[in-house]
Design a protein. Structure first.
Length: 361
């Protein structure tokens, strides 16, 4: 019968797994990592708080896509909390942690990253449902969106707690990984492969959306003279998709590959030397999400600027919005090429349609 080591501190497991690079988290390297981490965490807190506040404040954002966007911002905000906790419990401090505290440190990271990833997948599916039905927003009710959000967090919390619930190596030291000294290598293989599969699904979904929009645009162009904006639709969509997928690939894939190599017990891969930098790359994903999903939306950006500047135009903007229902603007452009462009790339055309009307008046 294997002996279990629940009462040991982390230095015991670091020594058993030959993880001798923990002391390298001192001096200039540690200062650089902490400085970058602090700056990015502050940006995560501020930017994602603005996104959530904008969705709550602006009635034009009271649609499934934006509710999911706000939930993504909440997941990234939680990621910032997880990284702050990590910064105060890393480096030489890692060896002094108890097993439960180390599980909490890693569980917060796993939960936050899973919540962001699953939320991105749900947003991709929601966009797919909407575009395939030639609608700006899906038919998801508030109850269904609430159920989806609750499910996202339930999955994230469960995945973050899996090692604590038993999939660890506390009773089998020989199965411990080197990057996560009390995680089983089999769990790291499962975790990394699962995330890579989800990433592949997202790629397929967005490629399908792009091909569908391009085909529809070509059909419209063959029957109408077309406009410049309509011809630019495939180009803009490609740029948006490439931005989304490129950011995800750069920020996630290296870390997932390193975890996979560790799970496969690759002792000659030098993964200890790059782990902290790939962790910063994963942090960058939470930094970039509010930029990609929110700041490219003109209405979202203008809403956040009004909140930041406390402009006096806020009240007049609300009065104009109440006089011109957003659904009217949306329905008036059902069959246009611009409808497809804004519906996919920005999630809404109501804000631009309203601005266009004001410019014409």
């Amino acid at each position: 019968m294997n002996e279990c080591y629940y009462d040991k501190r982390m230095d015991f497991f670091y020594n058993k797994t030959n993880t001798d690079t923990v002391d390298d988290w001192t001096g200039p390297k540690l200062i650089v990592v902490l400085c970058f981490g602090t700056f990015f965490c502050l940006f995560i807190f501020i930017s994602n708080s603005l996104v959530i506040a904008a969705v709550v404040k602006n009635k034009r954002f009271h649609f499934p896509f934006y509710y999911l966007l706000a939930n993504l911002a909440a997941a990234d905000f939680f990621a910032g909390i997880a990284y702050v906790f990590l910064m105060f419990n890393t480096g030489p401090v890692s060896k002094t942690l108890t097993v439960n505290r180390w599980f909490l440190r890693q569980g917060l990271l796993d939960t936050s990253l899973t919540a962001s990833l699953v939320n991105l997948l749900v947003i991709a599916v929601e966009r797919h449902m909407s575009i395939m039905r030639m609608k700006i927003h899906s038919n998801l009710t508030k109850k269904r969106v609430t159920f989806l959000i609750i499910s996202i967090w339930a999955i994230a919390i469960f995945m973050g707690a899996v090692p604590t619930l038993g999939w660890n190596c506390l009773c089998d030291i020989t199965a411990c990984s080197s990057l996560a000294p009390i995680y089983s290598r089999s769990y790291l293989v499962f975790w990394s492969v699962l995330n890579l599969v989800v990433f592949f699904i997202m790629v397929v979904v967005y490629i399908r959306i792009y091909m569908y929009v391009q085909r529809k645009t070509n059909v419209l162009s063959s029957h109408t003279s077309g406009s410049i904006s309509r011809r630019r639709t495939p180009v803009k969509l490609m740029k948006t998709v490439m931005t989304l997928l490129g950011a995800f690939v750069v920020c996630w894939t290296p870390g997932l590959v390193v975890l996979l190599l560790d799970g496969l017990n690759c002792t000659y891969c030098g993964i200890q030397n790059v782990k902290r930098w790939f962790l910063l790359l994963a942090l960058m994903n939470s930094v970039m999400n509010p930029i990609i999903y929110s700041y490219k939306d003109d209405e979202m950006w203008s809403t956040m600027k009004r909140m930041i500047c406390c402009s006096s135009e806020e009240k007049s903007q609300d009065r104009r919005s109440s006089r011109v229902p957003s659904t009217v603007l949306c329905r008036s452009t059902d069959t246009s090429g611009q409808y497809i462009e804004d519906g996919i790339i920005q999630g809404t055309i109501c804000g631009k349609g309203d601005l266009g009307d004001k410019g014409n008046s």
